[in-house]
Design a protein around this ligand. Structure first.
Ligand SMILES: [Zn+2]
Ligand SMILES: [Zn+2]
Length: 401
């Protein structure tokens, strides 16, 4: 099995943090904790596991966080023990090439994507009666055993490699979808999960910050689930404006941001320079960038009782003025990855909703994949994402030989 993984050694991470301050070349050097190795094919560890040969895999912002060793020293993640090795690539489509004798859902030749990929109870090898409440509900990304030791002790691989092994419960069939649609299910699900945390109401004025992969689909899903709302998008790269409009954005927010927000929402702006405040503002903001310096402003661009859905993130500490939160009665909702949703009167996984919408051709999927590289050229793909991120929406690795 050829596989790309992150080796969580503090010494290696520290070296890259120091060197990358001088040159971005450090990320791609042999000193990096990112390894690409050929290891012996692992045997299926239990009868309900399968082996998947990867077809193609998208590169996610979280893969970039590992590649750039971008995690700060004081985030809430740091105290949590985690595996010394993290296999990269979870936006993936592949074909099943081996099944254990107890596998019920799949047969050899079925095409699948990876649904769960976080360190949850199932992937750690916990028996079903030991699963935490979150995993029992299908909210694997909120697993309460995230910091507990995994009982699975062998290389399993993931999307960035030629193959991986997985319990069948980790996978979802993508029959009926093209490879390029299937590989987009995961990032689409991230946006849908964020929008389902708070669907705009009729006549709401909505701001989407960032027209990258996640922001573009927040526009698409918000408009699909609430056609009678007005969506503004804040995005510096003019090349992305047309696509944002095609997906449902009504207006591009242009010019000095406070003035633009006040004008768009017919709100009152007070103050000067760095300390300005808007009364009135957007009903809903989806922050799909998570820029540290913007959080303080975002709170001031919301109308009283408005809602901020925070799906973009930083892996470092930030400082902000909390006044608008309590004074204006704001709601701040965090959204990470996907899980189980209450949707149209039933409980259904985010992945299944996206897959169903794709099968019914309710979603625009063309135009998201902007670049492709062979798996062996993964460094070129990461280099592009580090040096020219604005030119990309989704970069995909072709994992076939
Ligand atoms: Zn992702
Ligand atoms: Zn759990």
């Amino acid at each position: 099995m050829k596989t790309i993984y992150f080796e969580g050694k503090i010494s290696k991470i520290a070296v890259i943090k120091v060197l990358s301050a001088f040159s971005k070349k450090a990320y791609h050097s042999s000193l990096s904790p990112i390894r690409y190795k050929k290891v012996e094919d692992p045997k299926l560890p239990a009868e309900n596991w399968v082996r998947v040969k990867n077809i193609e895999t998208g590169i996610c912002g979280s893969d970039m966080t590992f590649y750039r060793c971008a995690q700060g020293p004081s985030t809430a993640f740091l105290p949590i023990p985690c595996s010394s090795i993290t296999y990269l690539g979870h936006e993936t489509v592949g074909e099943i090439v081996e099944v254990g004798s107890a596998v019920k859902k799949f047969k050899i030749g079925d095409r699948v994507c990876m649904n769960k990929y976080m360190a949850c109870c199932e992937l750690k090898g916990f028996k079903e009666d030991e699963w935490c409440d979150m995993c029992k509900q299908g909210n694997y990304a909120d697993c309460e055993n995230y910091g507990e030791e995994s009982r699975v002790k062998f290389p399993i691989g993931a999307g960035m490699g030629d193959s991986y092994i997985a319990p069948e419960g980790q996978l979802l069939s993508v029959e009926g979808l093209s490879d390029d649609d299937a590989v987009l299910i995961e990032p689409f699900a991230v946006s849908l999960h964020a929008v389902l945390k708070h669907i705009p109401k009729k006549k709401d004025k909505v701001l989407v910050i960032g027209a990258g992969m996640i922001g573009l689909n927040c526009i698409q899903f918000a408009k699909l689930l609430q056609p009678d709302c007005e969506i503004y998008v804040m995005e510096n790269n003019p090349n992305k404006h047309e696509f944002a409009k095609k997906l449902g954005a009504d207006y591009i927010l242009k010019g000095e941001p406070y003035e633009a927000v006040a004008k768009a929402t017919n709100a009152k702006m007070y103050g000067k320079g760095k300390n300005r405040m808007i009364l009135g503002g957007f009903d809903v903001i989806y922050d799909c960038v998570g820029k540290k310096t913007l959080f303080n402003d975002t709170l001031r661009w919301l109308k009283a009782q408005g809602t901020l859905v925070k799906v973009g993130y930083q892996m470092t500490k930030t400082k902000f003025d909390e006044t608008p939160i309590w004074w204006q009665g704001l709601k701040i909702i965090g959204a990470d990855s996907h899980g189980m949703e209450d949707f149209e009167g039933k409980k259904i996984s985010t992945f299944e909703i996206v897959k169903d919408m794709m099968l019914k051709k309710k979603l625009i999927t063309d135009g998201f994949i902007t670049h492709r590289f062979k798996l062996d050229d993964y460094k070129k793909a990461f280099k592009l994402l580090i040096e020219n991120p604005k030119d990309t929406i989704k970069v995909v690795l072709d994992c076939r030989e």
